[in-house]
Design a protein around this ligand. Structure first.
Ligand code: FAD
Length: 429
């Protein structure tokens, strides 16, 4: 099926996570603001957290959350849906608590333009919202046609499933319809992209499903990167749970693809022969959500430079960008990181609206990945602001140990579920 020479057999999962975010400023209440209007665009991990925590800091701040969808479906645990462990109800959250318990004004509409000088946001529905501070947390958009032939229409045939919802369901149905002995291709994009362990967790949980229902099938990961997040742990887990089922082709061996043919159901590696798959999951290169670009918040790479103390945009005063759209290296583009940034940003805005200095922030990320339902692995990090921006605190956090007995992996798989339940309750509950 290909001329790719070296094949590494992997097995496992990656996902993200950890429980609640660390807020290291002295106390949330110290930054109490006396008023002001804040508009937040995007009700995902970053935006919904920021909106809620602004109201927790001060009920005098009017907070309007603009979110195009009435329910939010999380990408975390969407790989578990693909693996048949959960259905999409598990991943779906609404905005009633933000609205009814925290007094956030929730507007279901799309922001189509931002006038930073007039401090206004224009909505697709025709109305305009005025703000004193604006938070932009639109997540990612996909770079259509960065891979030749891969546009929005092609994603109906070769789903990306990198935004949870209909795309997740489409990919799941394709897996269910595939015959035993079929080949699933997962094409992973070059860094930076949303959820660095996501493609490998996906391969692992799809393998979990195939092992039970279509055990002669194979998964091939074509990777534009030379290495990947938690690689030794994923490989060890994959070998333990799905021996021979998952093949990883790294960048050096032709893993990067530059074209697709939806009719032939092939992907074209940068070098080597086209690869045919029965189910093809193309995860294309990414950039900040479109509204960030429209508002002039992005750099040439498509991401948003920010002051990492406050997440205020380097391009527009009084406009803050958090989550996947922001440049917050070395924090990964994860839901946990977005939520942690949402809390820091809420504090910075509350401090600024009340004329106080922003305390020194700290930030946190934990990332659980499920290699199988009873096999979890994780990585965690704590960050502080250094002279050159956000920096990991040495000795804080780390990855799961490699050689442990199965009870350790079982415990981490339970922590992964606990992480999900606690962070979603913290944000939308
Ligand atoms: P999002 O959460 O995507 O929220 C953006 C919101 O903005 C959306 O609701 C969108 O509708 C809205 N929006 C965008 N533009 C507009 C507009 N113009 N007007 C109105 N609304 C708008 N992270 C983890 O921490 N742990 C995990 O286990 C994990 N697993 C993952 C698994 C997969 C398969 C994937 C793809 C990702 C995973 N992630 C995980 C990453 C996580 O989903 C993202 O990092 C996180 O959602 C980023 O938060 P955000 O606020 O930047 O964007």
């Amino acid at each position: 099926m290909s001329r790719i020479t070296r094949r590494n057999f992997v097995f496992s999962v990656g996902a993200l996570s950890a429980a609640t975010s660390v807020l290291s400023w002295p106390a949330l209440g110290q930054a109490k603001a006396t008023g002001g209007r804040v508009v937040v665009i995007g009700g995902g991990f970053g935006g919904a957290t920021c909106a809620k925590y602004l109201r927790r800091l001060s009920t005098d701040i009017e907070v309007t959350l603009v979110e195009r969808d009435s329910n939010f479906m999380t990408c975390p645990f969407s790989n578990a849906v693909l693996g048949g462990l959960y259905d999409m109800d598990f991943n779906t959250h609404d905005y009633s608590a933000l609205r009814d318990e925290y007094g956030v004004r929730v507007v279901h509409d799309s922001a189509v333009d931002i006038d930073p000088d007039a401090k206004k946001v224009r909505l697709a529905g025709g109305s305009t919202l005025k703000f004193d501070r604006l938070v932009v947390s639109p997540g990612i958009d996909l770079q259509w046609n960065a891979i030749e032939g891969y546009d929005e229409a092609a994603s109906a045939v070769m789903p990306h499933a990198w935004k949870a919802g209909e795309q997740t369901t489409t990919l799941r149905k394709q897996l269910e319809a595939m015959s035993d002995g079929g080949v699933v291709i997962i094409a992973a994009p070059p860094n930076p992209f949303r959820c660095p362990p996501g493609p490998y967790e996906r391969a692992s949980l799809i393998a979990h499903y195939l092992k039970q229902h279509k055990p002669r099938s194979k998964i091939q990961i074509l990777d534009a990167n030379p290495t990947f997040s938690k690689q030794p742990l994923f490989e060890q887990g994959g070998q333990a749970l799905y021996p021979g089922m998952i093949e990883w082709v790294g960048e050096a061996d032709g893993g990067a693809i530059d074209g697709v043919d939806v009719k032939a159901m092939t992907v074209k590696p940068l070098f080597g022969e086209p690869q045919r798959g029965d189910v093809i999951n193309v995860i294309p290169p990414q950039k900040a959500g479109a509204i960030a670009e429209v508002a002039g918040l992005t750099n040439d790479g498509g991401w948003c430079p920010v002051d990492q103390r406050t997440f205020e945009s380097r391009a527009q005063k009084h406009v803050h960008v958090i989550g996947d759209a922001a440049i917050a290296n070395p924090m990964p583009k994860s839901g946990y990181a977005a939520s942690s940034q949402g809390k820091v940003c809420a504090t910075a805005i509350a401090a600024s609206l009340s004329g106080q200095d922003m305390p020194d922030p700290s930030y946190v990320n934990t990332c659980y990945s499920l290699v199988g339902p009873d096999y979890g692995i994780s990585v965690a990090a704590v960050y502080r602001l250094g002279e050159d921006g956000i920096a990991a605190v040495q000795g804080a956090g780390g990855v799961s140990p490699k050689d442990v007995d199965s009870s350790f992996r079982v415990a981490e798989s339970r922590y992964a579920v606990g992480w999900y339940q606690s962070i979603t309750a913290d944000i939308w509950g």
